[in-house]
Ligand binder design. Structure first.
Ligand SMILES: [Zn+2]
Length: 93
């Protein structure tokens, strides 16, 4: 899926349609000591009763998100485009 470099969409801060810059979102580093990872490790090591294994349904593709930066107020809003896509979003230059 290809998206233009600049698009004209609604800005919730200006409350009108303005020009936006399109940026891709890069994922930050994964926290190794988050609350859920620690509790999950405790369960695996066997300090609690038996852990039920939940099988997650396989999903086809991911929802592709982009950052839209308003050119007027310079605030950015995250937005997903379309449904689950197998291909990553490309920004036209
Ligand atoms: Zn704005």
């Amino acid at each position: 899926m290809k998206i233009e470099n600049e698009i004209n969409t609604y800005c919730p801060y200006c409350q009108k349609h303005t020009e936006h810059k399109v940026k891709t979102i890069s994922k930050g580093p994964v926290r190794g000591l988050g609350w859920h990872t620690r509790s999950h490790e405790r369960k695996i090591h066997g300090y609690t009763s038996s852990v039920s294994v939940r099988l997650k349904p396989k999903k086809l593709g991911k929802k592709q998100a982009v950052l839209l930066e308003c050119k007027v107020c310079k605030k950015s809003v995250q937005r997903t485009f379309g449904a689950r896509a197998k291909k990553k979003i490309e920004i036209k230059r």
